[in-house]
Ligand binder design. Structure first.
Ligand code: ZN
Length: 259
């Protein structure tokens, strides 16, 4: 089992490197965060964000707890709840994580929600979103985008994120990497990583029962039995995890509010 490349991404946080983990990336972290603020504003126009203070407060607190254990803890991350019945969550550049009410409803406990959010944080820490942008648009176009020279393209990217519920169609390797980070991050946040395996298992069942409700999640996060097996194998190698929580006091109420 591959280990998480934390030393490499720690070096990134120091700010000089513009090479993302494991892939071509021309955007520096400062630039990524700048771009993220613009994408966040565009997305806010296109999705219905929840105004429920308790729901938002919980997702924000859980998100910050997850981020605190990552090499990008010193960056400002923002967690948003989207009013949408589809079971979906996604990461966008600049530390943005969006979670649908439909996903919160489908999670059985806090460990499951934490695992999915930690997976999305994993995509962000591995910088999969900006790697995809770099590959798709190239150096010149992205430089213009960051300098604010191409508001049309920015709106187009945000519209695509809003419509597809995803930053990009990630590769299997991206998914495995985000899963590995997610398992680690959710454990560091105090939640049992088994939540990732049980949640993915439930999504596969849901896919057979109500394919439409998880279509967007699976389009951007190809979930297979293989991913569940890999997660299980990783957990088995982690030693005793008895001290980690499956649930917390706030989650059941929060889940009710997502209905
Ligand atoms: Zn993913």
């Amino acid at each position: 089992m591959r280990s998480i490349a934390l030393p490499a991404s720690t070096a990134l946080v120091s700010g000089c490197a513009a090479i993302g983990l494991g892939g071509f990336n021309i955007i520096s972290l400062d630039q990524e965060w700048e771009l993220g603020r613009e994408i966040e504003a565009e997305i806010a126009d296109q999705l219905t964000l929840s105004s429920d203070a308790e729901l938002n407060g919980y997702v924000r607190d859980l998100g910050q707890r997850i981020v605190a254990g990552t090499p990008m803890a010193d960056r400002e991350w923002r967690f948003h709840v989207v009013e949408d019945e589809d079971v979906n969550a996604f990461n966008a550049p600049g530390g943005l994580v969006y979670v649908n009410t439909g996903l919160i409803r489908e999670a059985e406990n806090a460990a499951e929600l934490s695992a999915v959010m930690a997976h999305e944080v994993g995509h962000g820490v591995a910088r999969h979103g900006t790697q995809r942008l770099s590959q798709q648009y190239g150096v010149a176009v992205l430089a213009g985008l960051i300098l604010g020279e191409d508001p049309g393209l920015l709106a187009e990217i945000a519209a695509s994120i809003a419509a597809t519920g995803a930053m990009a169609r990630f590769s299997r390797e991206d998914e495995f990497e985000a899963d590995e980070m997610g398992v680690r991050f959710t454990s560091d946040a105090g939640y049992h990583p088994e939540g990732m395996a049980t949640f993915f298992g439930r999504l596969l069942e849901l896919q057979e029962r109500e394919p439409g409700s998880v279509e967007r999640f699976f389009a951007s996060h190809p979930a297979t039995r293989e991913r569940i097996e890999r997660v299980e194998a990783m957990i088995a190698g982690m030693g005793s995890l008895d001290h980690l929580a499956t649930n917390d006091d706030r989650f059941p109420r929060v889940r009710e509010r997502a209905r």
